[in-house]
Each structure stands twice: as structure tokens, then as C-alpha cells.
Design a binder for this molecule. Structure first.
Ligand code: SAH
Length: 408
């Protein structure tokens, strides 16, 4: 175990339980770094602060995991964190009409770089730190012995592979043991969310195949769709589209740059018509367009829609990219406000961790002022409770949303 001394005056955030320590805060490591290992972290005067994982090859050299001196670091400690994370979600396992939800939410569950979602009988994981890459077999083994999934598939998060020096790969675990090969050809994972059926294709797709952080927001947003002409921008495989149909939308135009996502959207409408979870005739109400959403909305006819859903990808990947991203968010929301019918509803989201809720609200204010309209906030939205926001780690509040009414 390393003993790491923090520079004087640099330990404030970590004492408030922020889990990330960058090299600039480290005064000394004993012994000198050779291999990644656990670390005891102490202040300049030698008092205990926390235990963490020290890896100089990571872009976050020290990741703190426990502020309790009595904890014993090691594999059993990781297993305990996994058990606690899953147990906190026990109510989700008894939901009658939802079988997809998050089991481990990274730092917010004290497991840096690990995301694990369950989709019916399968578990999909996304790995975004060297720590997670290393301890994946331990976490997979614990998840297996608790939940007995048919398999666990773990994919390296492309966005972090480069900065963490990780090889992009897909790993497969069956009965808790890693198989020599990827999980191979198999059927899509089928699951239900608030009464709508979905399928996620294996080893491909975005995130772990589906965005279960929007579960509650799809239901609330959908409830506004009755009798409305809806535009679902950045629709992906139709999470919001399907809920709008379920709730009696007059029509839904779904737009995404990915053709394969749109094809999957149509497939999922058929799946739900077959299962009788969508009203008959739902397919005829939907039109799909593979296009750039920014261009699509700019070219769309004014007053055509009385509801719009704006769920763009993460436009601000880092704090330094925030300024440009704010312009893109503002542009999107401003044009939506200009085009929507008077009294129309916009459900607008940002999943950029670098953008605070205050930034997002300020951006909406600018957009409304430039569009010459007033907006009323009807709902303030965030990710579901399976994606908790850990207050000592503000970055975990990444998903923010508002349902607003536009008054002209
Ligand atoms: N609303 C979806 C998730 C959206 S994720 C759901 O509920 O499941 C963001 C989506 O934006 C992705 O599907 C991606 O393909 C798409 N996308 C990214 N850039 C785009 C662009 N410029 N125009 C249109 N779609 C875009």
C-alpha cells in the first residue's frame, strides 16, 4: 500500500469526500510509484484523510473510495461496495413493468469508472477507468453470485479509452467467470420499461445499448403527448417516441443522425403493437428522418408541432468545451421555441456533466429572450433514483431536464 501525502491547502475537496485527486495536489508518494495499488492518503501534517487507488497512468491519479479508517482495502472491500450498491436498488427488482435499470453508478456508488445496467436477465457494463478495467472480474463475480444473470457483457467506454490508456474491448462473463471470447452472436436483450418493450442489441449501440437514466422522464414527458403533434429530436431507438404514442400523440416525427437507430425504433413500434402495449395504428403515426437535428429543426415549418423533445448527446464533454456547447444548446432551444406553436410544450435535456443546472437554466433564459417568448417551467427533471446524485461529487448530476410551456 502506498502512503500519499497531500500538499498543504490542497486537501479541502477530498475532506469533503470529493473522490478525484489530480497529480498537482500530491506532495509525495511512498514508495515511489511502480505499480497501481491501494493508498492511504494523509494530510501535510500526517492525519488520515481517506483510502484510494493510486495509478499514475490514469488521468485521475488517485481515486478515493473510503473515508473510514477502519475499512480494509482489497477485493473483499470492492465486493462489499457492489453488494451495497445492488441492495440499495432492491425495490427495483419488484417493479411490475420495468426490468431495465442501473445497478452501479460509478463514483456516485463509490465504484470509480464502473457503470452496470441490468436488462432483464443480462447485465451490461461500461468501463471508464483503469481501476474498473482491473477489477472488472471481481465486480462481475460478485454481481453474478448475487443476481445470477444469463451473462455479463462489459464494454470499454470509447470516450475514456484514450485518456485512460485502455484498449477498447468487449469482455464476457458467464457464471461469474470470464470467457476467452466476446459473448458472440446472440439474441437482443429484451426488457420492459414502464410498460413499453425494448430490445438492446449485444455489444453495439450506445452507452450500454439503452439510456435507462431517462426512464422517469420518458413517462412524464409522454404524459404531455395526448392530442399533440410531436417532434422527437435525437430520438435514438425511440424511448420518448414510444411513450408519446402510448399516451395518444396525434403524430410523432422522430429524427436522429443514426439510420440504424431509426430502423430499430420502427422495429420496437411493431414489437409493442404485437404485445398490445401500444394502440393499434401507432406505426402509421410515426415518420422517421435520418438527418442532422440542428438542420432539421431550422428547416421545419413554423407552427407545425405543439410538442418537441430535445435530447441531444453530451455537447460539453469537458469544462473547457462548455462555452461552445452552451452556444449549441442555446441555438437548438432558441430555434425550437421559435418554431413551436404558441402554448406548445418543450421537453429539453442536457446530459453534459460539465454544465451545471444553473448554466442550463441561464441558457434557456437566453434562448427564450432571443426567440421573443416567455417560458413557464412545468417540471424540473433529473436522472432516476437508480442514478443517484452524490452530493460530495457534483459531477454525478449530469442529466438535467425541464418541461416548459412556450408562450408567444
Ligand atoms: N432520446 C433518446 C436518447 C438520445 S441519445 C432515448 O430516449 O433513448 C442522443 C442521440 O443523438 C443519439 O442517438 C445520436 O445518434 C444522436 N445524434 C447525435 N448527433 C446528432 C445530430 N447532429 N443530429 C441528429 N442526431 C444526432
Amino acid at each position: 500500500m502506498y502512503r500519499i501525502t497531500i500538499k498543504e491547502g490542497k486537501d479541502k475537496a477530498m475532506r469533503r469526500h470529493h473522490p478525484w485527486v489530480f497529480s498537482g495536489a500530491i506532495a509525495a508518494a511512498e514508495p515511489a510509484f511502480s505499480e497501481p495499488d491501494w493508498a492511504e492518503v494523509v494530510s501535510a501534517t500526517g492525519t488520515f484523510i481517506a483510502y484510494g487507488w493510486y495509478d499514475e497512468k490514469s488521468h485521475i491519479q488517485l481515486r478515493l473510495m473510503s473515508w473510514n479508517r477502519k475499512d480494509r482495502t482489497g477485493e473483499e472491500f470492492i465486493r462489499k461496495l457492489v453488494r451495497e450498491s445492488v441492495t440499495r436498488r432492491r425495490e427495483f427488482f419488484t417493479l411490475p413493468d420495468t426490468t431495465a435499470f442501473r445497478l452501479i453508478h460509478g463514483e456516485a456508488d463509490f465504484l470509480p469508472g464502473f457503470a452496470a445496467d441490468t436488462y432483464g436477465r443480462e447485465i451490461r457494463m461500461l468501463i471508464s477507468s483503469r481501476f474498473a478495467d482491473r477489477f472488472l472480474p471481481v465486480v462481475a463475480s460478485e454481481l453474478s453470485s448475487m443476481l445470477h444473470p444469463s451473462l455479463i457483457e462489459a464494454v470499454t467506454d470509447r470516450q475514456f479509452a484514450g485518456i485512460e490508456g485502455l484498449k477498447e474491448r468487449v469482455r464476457c462473463f458467464i457464471n461469474g467467470e470470464e470467457t476467452a471470447e466476446e459473448c458472440g452472436d446472440r439474441e437482443n436483450a429484451r426488457f420492459i420499461e414502464n410498460g413499453i418493450w425494448y430490445e438492446a442489441a449485444p455489444g453495439r449501440g450506445q452507452k450500454s445499448g439503452f439510456y435507462c437514466d431517462q426512464r422517469d422522464n420518458r413517462a412524464i414527458t409522454g404524459s404531455y403527448a395526448r392530442g399533440r403533434k410531436v417532434l422527437d429530436l435525437f430520438s435514438y431507438t425511440g424511448g420518448f417516441t414510444l411513450h408519446a404514442l402510448k399516451n395518444g400523440a396525434v403524430s410523432v416525427d422522430s429524427v436522429d443522425s443514426s439510420e440504424s437507430a431509426l430502423r430499430h425504433l420502427l422495429y420496437q413500434i411493431h414489437l409493442n403493437e404485437d404485445k398490445k402495449t401500444l394502440p393499434e395504428g401507432s406505426r402509421e403515426k410515426v415518420s422517421i428522418t435520418a438527418a442532422d437535428a440542428f438542420e432539421f429543426i431550422r428547416a421545419s415549418e413554423e407552427g407545425k408541432y405543439d410538442m418537441m423533445i430535445l435530447d441531444p448527446p453530451k455537447l460539453a464533454k469537458t469544462k473547457s468545451a462548455l462555452e461552445n456547447a452552451m452556444k449549441a444548446y442555446k441555438d437548438l432551444n432558441r430555434v425550437a421555441m421559435m418554431k413551436i406553436r404558441n402554448g406548445g410544450i418543450i421537453a429539453t435535456y442536457s446530459c453534459s456533466g460539465a454544465m451545471t443546472r444553473e448554466d442550463f437554466r441561464m441558457m434557456l433564459g437566453w434562448a427564450a429572450s432571443d426567440a421573443g417568448c416567455e417560458i413557464q417551467i412545468l417540471h424540473t427533471l433529473s436522472a432516476g433514483e437508480d442514478h443517484p446524485v452524490r452530493l460530495s461529487f457534483p459531477e454525478s448530476e449530469y442529466l438535467k431536464g425541464y418541461i416548459v410551456r412556450v408562450l408567444k
